[in-house]
Design a binder for this molecule. Sequence first.
Ligand code: URA
Length: 209
Amino acid sequence: MGQVHVIGHPLIQHKLTIMRRKETSTAEFRRLLREISNLLAYEITRDMPVRLEEIETPVAPMNAPVLDGKKVVVISILRAGDGIRDGILDAIPSARVGHVGMYRDHETLEAKEYFFKVPEGMESRAAIVCDPMLATGNSAIAAVSRIKETKPRSIKFVCLVSSPEGLKAFHAAHPDVPVYTPAVDEKLNEKGYIVPGLGDAGDRLYGTK
Ligand code: URA
């Protein structure tokens, strides 16, 4: 079974609770998603390699750590993934960005691709794939399968809320891809929504309902 990192940090949990509340406004939802994603970036990048570089402070020379090697690409699953993308970019401003457009067929709940754009040189990049809701897992599975065709050096998946069903399906398809999530909720309902969840993340992020 693949790795699941449940990020229980109190700040993240508190902000997520505000996001779940049905009365939370679009503006606040968007701001909180960006803040949480910025905090999640610290967890996701915990194992990034560093090397020492000789620098001079105003006082003395020193060997100081700088990020080494792997170049990061943040890949957003449209459209709600963009909310996480921006928070991660606040923490890693030099990261490249890719987008995968998937929509969910409301009849079959299957994921269909309509857009795919990632930077060149994926072979040397560490990919962080983001989508707020890991519900059925269908779009995440399809997006990661498509991204694997570009052969990135590594892939991590980050979401805000996941379901037990989604985690199981995702790791059945991609046991090599660790998932970072602040919450594993109770279940999916018959419409494929996470219960208790927070509703439709895209609608709440963009105010489209
Ligand atoms: N997508 C959402 O935005 N919310 C869910 O609960 C499930 C899928």
